[in-house]
Design a protein around this ligand. Structure first.
Ligand SMILES: [Zn+2]
Length: 159
């Protein structure tokens, strides 16, 4: 797999316009056959800093992308960019599956245990009892609603 990172710095008044342009480029990248993923990030501290990340099956797929007119237009958008984009290309020989790495990270073990406990609590909860997530609502109107996925109770995780 090949990872591409494009760092772009917008002219201050053009940050919003660059964001829209990059969003549309990333959406286009996703439809290219050799593209495994693409996403746009905007810096929290400085909203004119952007990062466009792409993952490609192989060098040919990446080359097609780098030569596309769309890519060329965005990277050369002098009316939007304060300076030339920084382009980093990393060939990844091996990347560990998340499931192989996660058990070795203590924080992940704690979270997995809590998820397990919460799933158990959800399984036992009565429909009219308070929801185990701690929202204060009845289970039937909170995580016990039909079709609600109780395995990802992310909004109410207790720390
Ligand atoms: Zn709940």
């Amino acid at each position: 797999m090949i990872l591409t990172l494009f760092k772009l710095k917008a002219l201050a008044p053009k940050a919003k316009e660059l964001r829209q342009t990059l969003q549309s480029l990333a959406a286009q990248m996703k439809m290219e056959p050799g593209c495994e993923s693409s996403s746009v990030y905007q810096q929290v501290e400085d909203e004119s800093d952007f990062l466009l990340i792409g993952a490609w099956k192989n060098r040919e797929a990446l080359n097609d992308h780098l030569q596309s007119i769309r890519f060329t237009v965005v990277m050369g958008a002098r009316s939007l960019l304060r300076r030339s984009p920084e382009i980093m290309i990393h060939t990844v020989a091996q990347s560990a599956q998340l499931s192989e790495v996660q058990p070795k990270i203590p924080a992940m073990q704690v979270l997995a245990q809590e998820d397990g406990k919460q799933a158990e609590a959800f399984a036992k909860a009565g429909r009219h009892a308070p929801c185990p997530c701690g929202s204060g609502r009845a289970f039937k109107t909170c995580h016990g609603r039909d079709g609600t996925d109780t395995t990802h109770a992310g909004t109410q995780r207790k720390t």
